[in-house]
Design a protein around this ligand. Sequence first.
Ligand SMILES: C[S@@+](CC[C@H](N)C(=O)[O-])C[C@H]1O[C@@H](n2cnc3c(N)ncnc32)[C@H](O)[C@@H]1O
Length: 317
Amino acid sequence: MSAFSEANFKGLNYESFRPHYPSSFYELLHKYVTTSKDGANADHAEKVIDLGCGTGISTYPLLNIANTVIGVDLSQRMVDTANDLIEERCKELQISPSRIKFITGDAETFIESSNDEIRKDGVDLITCAQCLHWFGSYPSFFKACHQLLKSGGTLAYWYYRDPIVVSISDYAKGNDTELISRINRLYLKYVYEDEAYLGPYWENPGRDILYNMYRDINKRIPEDLFTDNIIMTYVPKPGLYPGDEDLKLVKKDISIVDFVHYIETFSAYHSYKDKTGDTENILEKFKQEATRGTEIDVKDPILTIIWHTGYTFMKKK
Ligand SMILES: C[S@@+](CC[C@H](N)C(=O)[O-])C[C@H]1O[C@@H](n2cnc3c(N)ncnc32)[C@H](O)[C@@H]1O
């Protein structure tokens, strides 16, 4: 997966327009990590590694679970953005910057050969947020995680894809049903279906694995190495909100412009732009098509969107 590493990839846009994971999800993970089968519950974990950490969206909340967290990412751009934000973030959270560190590197190489200091006492938790579908060989990945984890340690991965618009605020009532289905149809057309837009620019097999909500990874979990697996998936529908056990990614009061900014963070959009120059300015077209024939301004904060999500937790046997 190279698009996130390219010099013109905008790490700060990624940080602003990608969804951030809710504290309710980290509470589920915390409970899972600190509960052991024999009932001996610890309050806190010692060490966590967040693979494919990007700008650190998934990494900081892990400090509620463990004393120290190391984020690892292949993209120097992402790690530079993460490092630029450390001082400000740690000040906001009132924590010592010594508890968190970001390193550039390939996830698998890192876990297979992580240095003696990390390997010495083992790791309590390894996380992969919205990235495992880009990694290479799953049998060797699971094996390396198993070796690095402490006995009873946790491997957790999660993901999201393709938000749908589920409602439109009162301001735009009268347009709602038509507008909801119009924007959802446009999203599919621009992101997958129309060969002239982003469809051909997704990198595979990563995108297919994500599209199929990690089915192909989950079926490779080695039963001899891991136990107590929890596998959850959530598929949004208008009127059906995620429950307490789901990874809830919901954004309210966002505008069509914000929605388009989210599409701009896709690796496929980045590749499409690189290869075509985007002379058609497709996301401008998206905004025009979305609002055509309505009074709505593309900057009106009227949309509620919910993502497809899923997660898998397991313990080292
Ligand atoms: C969609 S971002 C997710 C970032 C962050 N974890 C989050 O939840 O927002 C995927 C990240 O995985 C990284 N990545 C992809 N393949 C990788 C690999 N083999 N090793 C380490 N990082 C990788 C990319 O550079 C990118 O930053």
